[in-house]
Structures are given as structure tokens and as C-alpha cells.
Design a protein around this ligand. Structure first.
Ligand code: GLU
Length: 308
């Protein structure tokens, strides 16, 4: 086993004693069923190697990590025109905050808070039926990961639809400002389904690898985005990828990353690798508690940081 494989094994073992810390997301009933003790780490290198530790091959709900993929897809469809609908500033608010939208005339702060991701989904829906748009997103994620086995967990999607009152409020509010242009239930139908994509850490690390390699997937050779766009997506992850905990993540880990309330985080070490971690116990900002600690330890020991 290489040094990297050994390193993630050590980090996994050291943090396993803390499993049980944090709260599993319970506002989506289906997510509340996931055992808090799960913990996986996967590293995918730009050289094509993948190293795993713990529950790295068990699928989980990627939730907001999907916003990284929908942003990439939407930028490919509409280009930088996307920024006339959605901002690119850290929110300093909770992921599902409504108050900021009212102050800012329905224009979401960034594509990673719920409101921003819903507006991005609206762009992807243009010209499609909701089912086609969902198919498009899943195909894109499979293409990025080079893995046809990736699917949506329909129970999670249904569970979120049944309880997603706040997301409906956000969508209706944005519709009143024409920030979204399709009926709220259609946009949210697509949004809930992409949040419910299930992936394991290894698949997730592979899917994000283009962000570590100037926009090109080094394994499949597919060009996903330009190098300039990959850099910008990374900078958005750094500034906004962890909601109101983004500053703390940048301080502790020093890498661009995107988290989801399913307990996953994917982080990018430009030119080197991607790391995906999963542990469902969340901190007060909705970010994986043990997952963040694992990335902090790993970055420290491997001497990874975009700040040198
Ligand atoms: N589907 C979740 C929601 O809209 C995503 C939140 C997250 O992962 O942070 O509430």
C-alpha cells in the first residue's frame, strides 16, 4: 500500500473513536435513518489511483454535493450568463435561509445555498421536461465518475419532497422575482432528485477529479470544463462550499470543498488528488463533523493547502 493509502487508514483509525459525535440530519426523515457511526474516506489521484478506508464503498445521499455537479452542468449550458441570476458571494447565513433573499430582491447569494442551487436547477430545466432534466443530471454525474452504476435514491427524493416546505417557500419567492421561470414544483422535483443521488466516497472522489486537473478528467481523458472555469468552481467551493462554516473550513483545511447534509464532503487538492469523506453526524452548520476533522488531519499530515 502506498503512503497515501496508509495515511488515510491512520486518519480513519484515529477518528473512529469519535464516531457518534454530531447529529444526523433529521429534517429529511429518510436521512435520519442512516447510522451515525458510518465513516469512509476515498482519495482519487490525478495519476488514476484510488485509495479507500472504512465505509468508502457504501453509497450515501450526496445532497448538496450535487450542487457542484449541477453548477458545472448549468455553466456548460448557459455560460457566464448564469451569474446574472445567482451571485458568487459567501452567504454568512444558514444553507436554507429565507431572510437574505428578501433583502436582496430574490437573487441568491451563491449557487451552493439552497436558493442558489434551486435557481441553477431552473436553468438546467429550460427546454426540458423535469424527467429529462433529471436524466441529464444523472448521466452527467455518471460521465464525470466514469461509472454507470450511479442512481437516485427514490425514497430520499420522496421524503424530501414531502417535507421540503422551506425549499418550496424559497422557490415561490424567487419566482415572484422571475429568478426562476418554471413552476416551483417542477424545479423542486428536479432539485430533490439531484440531491437524492446516492454515491460512495470512491465514486465521488472520481467524479470531482476534473477539478484537480485543470478541468480534464485525467482517468477518462474527457475534457469537462476549461482550466479557467475549473479554477473558478474551486474558488466558489472555497468561499461558499460549507455554508456559514465556509470560513472555518478554509481556516482548518485550506482546500476547496463542498459538503452535503448526508454527511459527505468532497475536497480538491489541485494538481494532486480529490478526497471524499463521509460521516453522517453533522455540526451546527450542517457539515460533517468527523468528515471535516478527517480532512483537517489529512491536509495537515500530507501538507496540502492551496495557501502553500
Ligand atoms: N436537499 C437538501 C435541502 O435542500 C440539501 C441541503 C444540504 O445538503 O446542505 O435541504
Amino acid at each position: 500500500m502506498s503512503d497515501l493509502g496508509q495515511l488515510i487508514g491512520e486518519v480513519h483509525a484515529e477518528l473512529s473513536v469519535r464516531l457518534g459525535e454530531g447529529q444526523v440530519a433529521n429534517y429529511i426523515p429518510e436521512l435520519a435513518k442512516v447510522p451515525v457511526e458510518r465513516f469512509g474516506i476515498a482519495v482519487a489521484t490525478v495519476g488514476g489511483e484510488v485509495f479507500t478506508a472504512g465505509d468508502a464503498l457504501e453509497p450515501f445521499s450526496i445532497q448538496s454535493i450535487s450542487k457542484l455537479f449541477t453548477l458545472t452542468l448549468a455553466l456548460g449550458k448557459v455560460g457566464d450568463g448564469l451569474w446574472s441570476r445567482v451571485g458568487r458571494e459567501p452567504s454568512g447565513n444558514r444553507f436554507n435561509s429565507i431572510v437574505q433573499l428578501e433583502y436582496e430582491q430574490g437573487r441568491p447569494r451563491n449557487p451552493f445555498v439552497n436558493a442558489g442551487a434551486i435557481a441553477v436547477t431552473d436553468l438546467i430545466l429550460a427546454g426540458y421536461r423535469p424527467k429529462e432534466a433529471i436524466g441529464d443530471i444523472v448521466r452527467f454525474v455518471r460521465f464525470l465518475a466514469g461509472d454507470e452504476a450511479i442512481v437516485i435514491d427514490a425514497d430520499v427524493a420522496r421524503s424530501e419532497r414531502d417535507t421540503g416546505f422551506r425549499n418550496f417557500a424559497l422557490a415561490q419567492f424567487m419566482r415572484s422575482f422571475n429568478v426562476i421561470t418554471h413552476p416551483a414544483d417542477e424545479v423542486l422535483g428536479v432539485y430533490f432528485h439531484h440531491c437524492a443521488i446516492a454515491m460512495n466516497c470512491a465514486q465521488l472522489a472520481r467524479a470531482a477529479l476534473f477539478l484537480a486537473a485543470k478541468g480534464q478528467n485525467p482517468v477518462t481523458g474527457h475534457s469537462v470544463v476549461s482550466a479557467a472555469r475549473a479554477r473558478r468552481i474551486n474558488s466558489l467551493m472555497m468561499m461558499c462550499g460549507h455554508y456559514d462554516g465556509s470560513g472555518d473550513f478554509a481556516f482548518r483545511v485550506g482546500l476547496p470543498g463542498k459538503s452535503g447534509v448526508g454527511g459527505g464532503i468532497v475536497a480538491v487538492v489541485p494538481g494532486v488528488c480529490t478526497v471524499a469523506v463521509w460521516s453522517p453526524g453533522l455540526d451546527a452548520n450542517g457539515n460533517s463533523l468527523i468528515g471535516t476533522a478527517a480532512l483537517e488531519l489529512l491536509a495537515q499530515r500530507a501538507n496540502w493547502s492551496v495557501f502553500e
